[in-house]
Design a protein. Structure first.
Length: 442
């Protein structure tokens, strides 16, 4: 058994015992109450699932196993630069310990050894129309690799429930190892006439991805490490994480589960937002007729966007009530590595202009930028301007969090997720009964 798997088994076994005792003693304890607004409003804020790998705080932002993004940049091993290696974050999310440089090197080597993509996956991609959206290609590629699922094979052979996590771990490791190769293949196929770039196995996971995309330079490799780290997880309630968890709760393997999550990520209210942000910025610049707009010009365009009934993409978040720490991390990167970029400077001006305007509306709970507000500008600066590909980058990163949690869900023996639904008629009758019994709800 490899060292990471052995450490995970030790941690999972201890936690499973702890949870079993907790449920036996406190299983009937009421944790939360549900309002009608939550019933009709997408279950917003209902505490109804366990997600070990990260937790989102409205003020402090995302914490991975208790560590903030600034702390991760200080504590996690780095590559040839200052940014943390995503391999280190995966280790942390999986076992709750900050890894050593040696442990991260072991994981990098593991992913290199597992990174061979089946030939039929490339053939499936090549059979698609060249203008197929990159996220569609990405999802099809993930599903096509399900033919090598360790979990599905072992389950068919009679896998014991106590070993579900083991097979899921193998699938997660294999799938994560292959994703950069698949994503880069889609990028080069779609935008560079199929001139593919072979992997460089001397590089770490993130740097090799940057290399296969065809964007060289140590700065971009550093940015890719940062990007893949900060997008990896955002607790379990977001759409892609929840969808992965839901599909996985049926005992679908990691490939099917991640495919479900990527389908959710492709929605414009979730991961596709990073594409919408840069589209909006380019549209603003074209309308204003300048690449160096003043703050007043930006304000006028923002107000006209809002007056037309549209939202400002990249601003606001369902949970956060402060600037997204992931936005700030990218801004600090740009301040250090990008001395003069027109599009990056526009993003910084928007950061000064947009929040006061949104605050002035009086009904926006969070006027601050989220993670999507900055990443596109940095990618454009480095030459990756094909914004329909941006959500694929997001997907490669998000796989780290949702697949590490899938291992935990299997190790804990979490059941099939099956909430109870009701009809509007049922709710009307319920409220009438409440009224007749004299119960008053505020």
């Amino acid at each position: 058994m490899d060292p990471l798997k052995e450490k995970f088994q030790e941690k999972a076994s201890a936690l499973k015992t702890e949870i079993k005792a907790l449920l036996k003693e406190q299983g009937s304890t009421v944790v939360d109450e549900v309002t009608l607004k939550q019933v009709f409003g997408g279950m917003r804020g209902v505490k109804s699932m366990v997600w070990e790998t990260s937790q989102l705080d409205a003020i402090e932002g995302i914490r991975f196993r208790g560590y903030s993004i600034p702390q991760l940049r200080e504590l996690l091993p780095t590559g040839n630069g200052k940014e943390p290696l995503p391999e280190g974050l995966f280790w942390l999310m999986l076992v709750g310990e900050v890894p050593t440089a040696e442990q991260v090197k072991w994981l990098t080597d593991q992913w290199i050894s597992r990174s061979m993509v089946p030939d039929h996956t490339f053939k499936v991609l090549d059979a698609l129309p060249i203008d197929t959206h990159p996220m569609t290609q990405f999802n099809i590629a993930i599903t096509s690799m399900q033919t090598s699922s360790v979990f599905s094979r072992r389950y068919a052979e009679g896998l014991n429930k106590s070993e579900y996590w083991d097979a899921t771990y193998e699938d997660a490791m294999n799938l994560i190892a292959r994703l950069p190769r698949v994503a880069a293949y889609i990028y080069r196929r779609t935008y560079h006439k199929g001139h593919h770039i072979q992997p460089d196995i001397s590089l770490d996971w993130g740097a090799n991805f940057a290399h296969m995309l065809g964007i060289e330079g140590s700065d971009f490799k550093s940015f890719m490490r940062l990007y893949l780290t900060i997008h990896a997880d955002h607790e379990g309630g977001n759409a892609s994480a929840h969808a992965t968890h839901l599909v996985g709760s049926t005992l679908s393997d990691a490939y099917y589960s991640l495919s479900g999550g990527m389908s959710a990520l492709a929605g414009p209210l979730h991961g596709l937002a990073n594409q919408e942000v840069i589209k909006w910025v380019f549209r603003m610049l074209d309308t204003l007729g300048t690449r160096r707009p003043t703050k007043d010009q930006i304000a006028d365009y923002v107000n006209s966007t809002l007056a037309s009934g549209q939202v400002i993409p990249g601003y606001g978040h369902a949970v956060l009530r402060q600037p997204d720490p992931r936005f700030i991390a990218q801004k600090r990167f740009a301040e250090e590595y990008i001395l003069d970029s027109e599009v990056v400077n526009v993003i910084w001006k928007c950061f000064e202009v947009i929040p006061p305007i949104l605050k002035g509306l009086g009904k926006v709970k969070n006027p601050w930028p989220n993670v999507d507000a900055h990443s596109g500008a940095i990618l454009v600066h480095y030459g990756l301007s094909e914004y329909s590909f941006y959500t694929v980058l997001f997907g490669v990163s998000r796989a780290l969090g949702v697949l590490s949690q899938l291992c935990w869900s299997r190790a804990m023996g979490f059941p099939l997720e099956r909430p109870k639904s009701v009809t509007t008629e049922w709710i009307t009758e319920f409220l009438e009964k409440q009224k007749e019994s004299g119960v008053v709800n505020n």
